[in-house]
Design a protein around this ligand. Structure first.
Ligand code: SF4
Length: 274
């Protein structure tokens, strides 16, 4: 009933597990959601850090970090992820001030002049059965003993202890991708939570890489089954409150078959009214 995807990103795999119905709307029917301010803030700060790390290590001073943020802001002023938010000048100032705060927090977490990075925004892909798994690594570092360290910036809050393990399961995709491409499992995966200054580290192993392969294969089979039968179950959680597709979700009385036609018009009208 729906075409089976041939490639998935780690976040798409996780989104299928979070809610298959939302996965159908966003990843199978590819209904574009309206931009969200927290997503734009995250992308903006990621871009600023990428620009900072394009400088030679000795030049990555706090002053240069702010220049990098200004450059990223200049780029984003014409980006649909920013323009389609339709922010007032005052709201845009709040967005930029929040981004500046995240940059300051980052500078308290590590000294970028001391980082030996060997890759930025690395787009990696590897085959899992018939599926191509695609992921982007924010930064790949070389540690003091020549070991690989995957660094992932997070602009949201750190997960609570209950959810930490679930989040870490997702990051083991990066070790799988590194191993497939470079033939080496990274020594560490470091998640840097810029909002709170927390760092969560995972130590991958051959076992965790095997686990990702097995798990991804199982998820792909489930995706394939859902596509061929047209059965994507809604999974009601607290995240439903912020789900753009709630009006078309059967768990809330909606008709999912109408989303592809109605949602773009509704999202467009929302953006115009903002
Ligand atoms: S409203 Fe909830 S259950 Fe429905 S699609 Fe969205 S996240 Fe899934």
């Amino acid at each position: 009933m729906f075409p089976v995807p041939t490639s998935l990103s780690p976040s798409r795999v996780e989104s299928f597990l979070s809610c298959p119905m939302q996965f159908r709307f966003a990843s199978i029917e590819k209904i574009a959601e309206p931009p969200a301010i927290h997503m734009t803030r995250g992308s903006l700060v990621h871009r600023a850090l990428e620009l900072l790390f394009t400088r030679p290590a000795a030049e990555r001073t706090p002053a240069e970090a702010i220049v990098a943020l200004d450059e990223a802001i200049a780029e984003y002023r014409t980006d649909p992820d920013f323009t389609e938010l339709h922010l007032s000048a005052a709201q845009a100032d709040v967005l930029f001030a929040d981004s500046l705060e995240l940059m300051h927090k980052y500078l308290q977490m590590e000294d970028p002049t001391a980082v030996h990075d060997i890759g930025l925004e690395l787009r990696l892909e590897a085959a899992v059965g018939d599926l191509t798994l695609r992921g982007i690594i924010d930064r790949l570092d070389l540690g003091a003993n020549g070991e690989l360290i995957v660094v992932d910036y997070k602009t949201g809050r750190a997960p609570s202890a209950n959810f930490e393990q679930a989040k870490l399961t997702g990051v083991h995709f990066y070790s799988f991708l590194c191993n497939s491409l470079f033939g080496r499992i990274p020594a560490k995966i470091r998640l840097m939570y810029l909002k709170t200054g927390e760092v969560i580290e995972a130590t991958p192993s051959a076992q965790s890489v095997r686990f990702v392969t097995t798990r991804t294969t199982a998820v792909l089979k489930a995706v394939e089954r859902a596509c061929t039968t047209g059965t994507f179950q809604p999974r009601v959680t607290t995240l439903c409150g912020s789900c753009s597709f709630k009006p078309w979700c059967p768990a809330f009385g909606g008709n999912p078959d109408r989303a592809a036609v109605e949602a773009p018009a509704v999202f467009g009208a929302m953006a115009a009214a903002a």
